[in-house]
Design a protein around this ligand. Structure first.
Ligand code: FES
Length: 109
């Protein structure tokens, strides 16, 4: 696992935003005070998840309103799909996002 520091200021309140890390877009969410980092592209038809919103612990895609768990990335029953969720740590010197080697190959190649 490689941890990369996120160099952006984040709001204290809940939000859904897009961040760029090493040139790649990710969706970052604070929902009920907890941070989550997700892939930014919806697997259904490419909607931008950072344009969506949180509902019952899920991110809702703004295009066709598919929902994915913020914790596991699993789509609602019947969707049969999922999104990548990334580990995140709030440390004294900033926020770090964890990437497995296989993710780095896909994300940063
Ligand atoms: S593109 Fe996201 S639900 Fe269809």
């Amino acid at each position: 696992m490689k941890w990369i520091r996120l160099n952006v200021e984040l709001p204290e309140d809940d939000f859904v935003h897009m961040v760029k890390l090493e040139g790649k877009k990710l969706c970052i969410v604070r929902c009920q005070g907890k941070l989550h980092v997700l892939q930014n592209s919806c697997p259904h038809a490419g909607g931008v998840l950072s344009g969506g919103w949180c509902k019952n612990g899920n991110i809702v895609c703004p295009i066709h309103r598919y929902e994915y768990s913020l914790e596991t990335g699993k789509g609602l029953a019947g969707q049969g799909d999922y999104i990548d969720v990334y580990p995140i740590e709030e440390r004294v010197d900033g926020i770090y996002i964890g990437f497995r080697d296989s993710w780095i190959k896909n994300l940063f190649s």
